[in-house]
Design a binder for this molecule. Structure first.
Ligand SMILES: *[C@@H]1O[C@H](CO)[C@@H](O)[C@H](O)[C@H]1NC(C)=O
Ligand SMILES: *[C@@H]1O[C@H](CO)[C@@H](O)[C@H](O)[C@H]1NC(C)=O
Ligand SMILES: *[C@@H]1O[C@H](CO)[C@@H](O)[C@H](O)[C@H]1NC(C)=O
Ligand SMILES: *[C@@H]1O[C@H](CO)[C@@H](O)[C@H](O)[C@H]1NC(C)=O
Ligand SMILES: *[C@@H]1O[C@H](CO)[C@@H](O)[C@H](O)[C@H]1NC(C)=O
Ligand SMILES: *[C@@H]1O[C@H](CO)[C@@H](O)[C@H](O)[C@H]1NC(C)=O
Ligand SMILES: *[C@@H]1O[C@H](CO)[C@@H](O)[C@H](O)[C@H]1NC(C)=O
Length: 411
């Protein structure tokens, strides 16, 4: 008797568990909750299956200012899903499975300033999709399958400042140069991870205030003309890393970019850079030439680039690097790691200092240093309190090549 009572109780508990599991396993809808001061941020968690976003989940609230539907397994967005959200400013629909957005799907919530559609399966947009988004400032479309952008699609976005298009299937040569004619005040444009080779030279002609342009992983074989036109004199950040640029032999290629502060040319195949290409860049603070095939650097390449503070030349094939080439810069951080250097000129750091350049950080390991030459350099950086890659000197790996010389032989 007692035993059977126990059994019944156990059965009941089991049933409860089963019912609970069943209930939660058919929870197809994402569940949403309000957070934050005065509960203005709505954060949703995914349900157990794909979901067609409909009116009622996040819509109809006068006070919601931010909706986060990230990774909620949304496959489609019905019309009116964002009805009656007058305070909405931030809408995050990233990491879902949206393949297309119907015309009108984004027509509500006129006040949205930040829209994140990154990491979906979008291939393009119907013309007019953004017509009701006049206040949009940031549009993130990274990581989709966008293969074309129809002329006029961005026209309503007169306030757009940041446009992320990284990692899509865009082909620059098929893009219209009039695509951005109505959004001339974009400050950040990210085209990285698209094929931007052979793009028209006037592709970016509409911009008047562009500051950051990212052309990393764009299959470029030369510094593209479309990135250096006179109207782009406002650019501060130009990223050209991870391309196939072999040489920069046009001395005038950066002539228009008076305001450039950071130039990233890492991971190209650079073997040659014309000695005058940087001479017009009076505001350049940092240059990244990491992971190229540079064997020699002309003495004039960096000379008299007055604001230059950081130079990264690591992972190249340099056998020589002279003090002269750094005169007239403001260099503080120099990275010569992983080159073919066996020695530097005598009193390298001191000579630099005498020339008005005071190094703060100098990375020069690994290189095939001759031990006597490395010792001289180490004595210098230590006595001048320059930070170097001291962690390398752990006795576990060779830092120099022993020769029979006790003093550095520079011949
Ligand atoms: C709207 O949001 C407020 C918090 O800001 C919440 O108290 C209220 O229940 C929400 N109304 C609806 C209809 O969801
Ligand atoms: C939102 O505000 C409008 C006008 O003030 C009002 O008619 C409506 O009922 C409100 N909606 C909600 C869900 O609070
Ligand atoms: C947009 O926000 C402003 C206040 O910032 C408000 O007055 C206006 O009604 C909102 N517009 C819409 C369409 O909800
Ligand atoms: C968009 O969302 C992703 C996360 O899914 C985030 O990493 C990214 O920073 C967001 N974009 C913007 C512009 O905030
Ligand atoms: C440029 O794009 C690459 C690849 O998408 C990214 O890793 C990098 O952070 C971006 N750089 C800048 C300066 O935005
Ligand atoms: C350049 O881009 C980097 C990475 O996005 C950012 O941290 C930096 O502030 C930008 N610099 C300028 C001058 O815009
Ligand atoms: C110097 O170069 C090494 C190797 O490329 C890199 O890991 C490191 O981040 C660089 N350091 C600086 C300060 O640029």
């Amino acid at each position: 008797m007692i035993k059977s009572n126990k059994d019944t109780a156990a059965m009941n508990t089991l049933w409860l568990i089963i019912v609970f599991i069943l209930q939660s396993s058919v929870k197809a809808k994402p569940s949403c909750k309000l957070y934050g001061t005065s509960y203005r941020t709505m954060v949703c968690k995914p349900g157990d299956s794909n979901y067609v976003l409909q009116r009622g989940l996040v819509s109809d609230n006068n006070s919601t200012s931010k909706i986060i539907l990230r990774g909620c397994r949304i496959s489609e967005v019905d019309l009116e899903s964002f009805e009656n959200l007058p305070s909405l400013k931030h809408l995050d629909l990233s990491q879902n499975k949206i393949q297309q957005l119907k015309l009108g799907a984004l027509d509500e919530a006129l006040n949205v300033t930040h829209l994140n559609l990154s990491s979906n399966l979008l291939t393009g947009f119907p013309l007019g999709l953004f017509d009701q988004k006049p206040n949009l400032i940031t549009l993130d479309l990274n990581g989709n399958l966008i293969n074309s952008l129809e002329l006029g699609i961005f026209d309503p976005l007169k306030k757009l400042r940041s446009l992320y298009l990284s990692a899509n299937l865009l082909v620059g040569k098929d893009l219209s140069p009039f695509l951005f004619d109505e959004s001339p005040h974009i400050r950040l444009l990210d085209f990285s991870g698209n094929d931007m080779s052979k793009s028209p030279d006037n592709l970016l002609h509409a911009f008047q205030s562009l500051e950051t342009l990212n052309l990393s992983r764009c299959l470029l074989t030369e510094v593209p003309k479309f990135a250096t036109t006179p109207n782009l004199k406002t650019i501060k950040n130009l990223t050209l890393s991870i391309n196939q640029i072999h040489n920069i032999d046009n001395a005038a290629i950066f002539l228009n970019l008076h305001n450039l502060e950071k130039l990233d040319l890492a991971q190209n195949n650079l073997e040659f850079i014309h000695e005058n290409v940087f001479s017009s860049l009076k505001k350049l603070k940092g240059i990244v030439l990491r992971s190229n095939r540079l064997k020699v650097i002309s003495n004039n390449l960096f000379k008299n680039v007055p604001k230059l503070v950081n130079i990264d030349l690591s992972h190249n094939l340099l056998t020589y690097f002279g003090v002269d080439g750094l005169k007239g810069t403001s260099l503080k951080n120099l990275n010569l790691s992983d080159n073919r250097l066996t020695f530097l000129q005598e009193n390298f750091c001191l000579e630099l200092k005498n020339a008005g350049v005071t190094l703060v950080k100098f990375l020069f390991i690994p290189n095939p240093w001759h031990c006597a030459c490395l010792n001289e350099l180490l004595r210098e950086v230590k006595s001048m309190n320059i930070v170097y890659n001291s962690a390398y000197f752990d006795g576990k790996r060779p830092v120099c090549v022993a020769t029979d010389k006790f003093v550095c032989d520079r011949n």
